[in-house]
Write a new protein. Sequence first.
Length: 108
Amino acid sequence: MQKSLDSWLKEEWTPQTSVKTSTASDGTVTTTKIESDKVVTTKTAPNGTVVTTTAPVVQEPEDTTPFTLQKYVDKWKTYQENKAKMKEGQPKEPSEIDKVNSLPVIGK
């Protein structure tokens, strides 16, 4: 199944193009069209001047290193070390035991 998906992606699939349009406060309209291999930017000024620029799409480098358990352990260790720093200054979350002990006693 994976082989058929890979071959389909390689041979038949073409990514969709996306178009974004924005207007600046001075009235300039900027249209950006992102295709699979290039980015086309069109700027239209309020006086009618049109400027079109084309730039190639920069591909992200592919990570070919295999996943190892040691990488997972290192990420977990870094997270645990930073978790205390992230929670500094925030109120402590009450534990389940504290919540149960704070409930009113019925029948006494």
